[in-house]
Design a binder for this molecule. Structure first.
Ligand code: 6PG
Length: 478
């Protein structure tokens, strides 16, 4: 550990020494980079000093000394909570930074904030990049999926460092420049939206098995472990299996059964839904996942309503093994449909915000390090390799075939859940998305007619071009 002795030594600095920031620093240092860390919480600086005695890590206890440790032009990564803390760090930095310096926001910032910050800092000649990083603590330490956006030359400057700390798939780093401006933070937001959807689908699968089939935690652990060895192979399925196995030191029971049924969130899922609404892209599975986290927080109302609408979950009848097999296939189908929605959002953003995304590259860097890494991303990557402008993954032959093969189990699981009273909100929304997407006719003609009826909004016809209006009410002769 070198403490403030050598000036202008470090290639990059990290502001924010929470566990993610520290792990990313250690990862960079392990790859031979000289790095420096700073946090306005002195205890975190001290923790860094204690933990990294053998490493090439410098540190400082004030921002000016910290910036003096960095080679010029300086490059600083910040890993702080989204929102006001990001602006507060920028405000601290701005008076010491010079034209040509680079600030990288590696947190989960809202993409529109990133665009504003890029413009604001450009006025001072300072480059600003939004880089999404996924993989949690372990990813930051062992290899993450890295989603950079912003100025391409700035990326080229820091690329070797980020490629070094990225997860590797077939020896290729999961880190690729994704586009100008807030491209990286938009992609990270969509990643988190998909993350919400898959987490909700897995939780509903748990509910189906726990309350519908009386499956024990041990059996659940075995089932998810087995699922992870097949088509469902993914990080989220893997950790779910491990969760059911974990015993609580305090009570000796399973930890999962001691956890309150209220899901917290920091907002990226909600931003995904809001952005999709703005871009007019349907992503109902992600919307359902956000709503169900929101609904879980109404614990007192749920408690009251459970008495008002008293109806115990009906046990599911039938061969348990067959039902679990159908659930597996339904989940597989719903996961494909969740990725399809997330990528459809990226497609719309690509043109609306001029990001010009390479969707094959995005699928590529999501194969390793990130929370939504999954075997099926190979098929998704291939789909965009075959047709880069594919408007929806459901129009790819391989993936549509998989959906067709598994749609009946999805329908069956939804049917059973509706009958037994198990809330499979995300599964139901996913099935409706599929049914609506494959409908060559939808009842939107009636909506057109209603709008024209009450507001003379006009409508389009199937037999002629243009807009039309009907006098829906016979005028009474006066
Ligand atoms: C990741 C995660 C990470 C974080 C989520 C949690 O990709 O590593 O997505 O960014 O764990 O932001 O989000 P919520 O608090 O909204 O669930």
């Amino acid at each position: 550990m070198e403490n403030n002795k050598e000036k202008h030594q470090s290639e990059i600095g990290m502001i924010g020494l929470g566990v993610m920031g520290r792990n990313l620093l250690y990862n960079l240092a392990d790859h031979g980079f000289q790095v420096a860390g700073y946090d306005n919480d002195l205890s975190k600086v001290n923790a860094l000093i204690d933990e990294s005695r053998q490493k090439k890590i410098q540190s400082a206890s004030n921002i000016k000394d910290f910036l003096d440790l960095l080679r010029q032009p300086r490059a600083v990564i910040m890993l702080v909570p989204a929102g006001a803390p990001v602006d507060s760090v920028i405000n601290d930095l701005i008076s010491y930074m010079k034209p040509g310096d680079l600030i990288i926001d590696a947190g989960n910032s809202y993409f529109k904030d990133t665009d504003l910050r890029i413009r604001r800092l450009a006025e001072n000649g300072i480059q600003f990049m939004g880089i999404g990083i996924s993989g949690g603590e372990e990813g930051a330490r062992q290899g993450a999926s890295i989603m950079p956006g912003g100025n391409k030359e700035s990326w080229d400057r820091v690329r070797p460092l980020f490629e070094a700390v990225a997860a590797k798939v077939n020896n290729i780093p999961c880190a690729t420049w994704l586009g100008q401006g807030s491209a990286g933070h938009f992609v990270k937001m969509a990643h988190n939206g998909i993350e919400y959807a898959i987490m909700q689908l897995i939780s509903e699968s748990y509910d189906f098995m726990k309350r519908g089939l009386n499956i024990s935690d041990d059996q659940l652990a075995d089932i998810f472990k087995e699922w992870n060895n097949g088509e469902l192979n993914s990080y989220l399925i893997e950790i779910t299996g491990n969760i059911f196995r974990k015993t609580d030191e305090k009570t000796g029971k399973r930890v999962i059964d001691e956890i309150l049924d209220v899901a917290r969130q920091k907002g990226t899922g909600m931003w995904t839904s809001q952005s999709a609404m703005e871009l007019q892209v349907p992503i109902p599975t992600i919307d359902a996942a956000v709503s169900m986290r929101d609904l879980s927080a109404f614990e007192n109302q749920r408690e009251t309503a459970s008495k008002v609408f008293y109806m115990p979950v009906k046990q599911l009848k039938g061969d348990q093994k067959i039902l679990i097999g159908q659930l597996h296939n339904a989940l597989y189908c719903a996961m494909i449909l969740s990725y399809a929605q997330g990528f459809a959002l990226l497609t719309a953003a690509s043109s609306s915000y001029s990001y010009r995304f390479d969707l094959e590259a995005i699928a590529g860097i999501w194969r390793g390090g990130c929370i939504i890494r999954a075997a099926m991303l190979e098929n998704i990557k291939d789909a965009f390799c075959t047709r880069p402008d594919l408007p929806n993954l459901l129009l790819n032959h391989t993936l549509s075939k998989k959906v067709i093969e598994n749609q009946e189990p999805l329908r069956q699981i939804v049917r059973l859940a509706a009958d037994s009273g198990i809330p499979l909100t995300a599964f139901m929304s996913t099935l409706s998305y599929l049914d609506a997407y494959r409908s060559s006719w939808l009842p939107a003609n009636l909506i057109q007619a209603q709008r024209d009826y009450f507001g003379a909004h006009t409508y389009e016809r199937i037999d002629a071009k243009g807009t039309f209006h009907t006098e829906w009410i016979e005028k009474k002769n006066s």
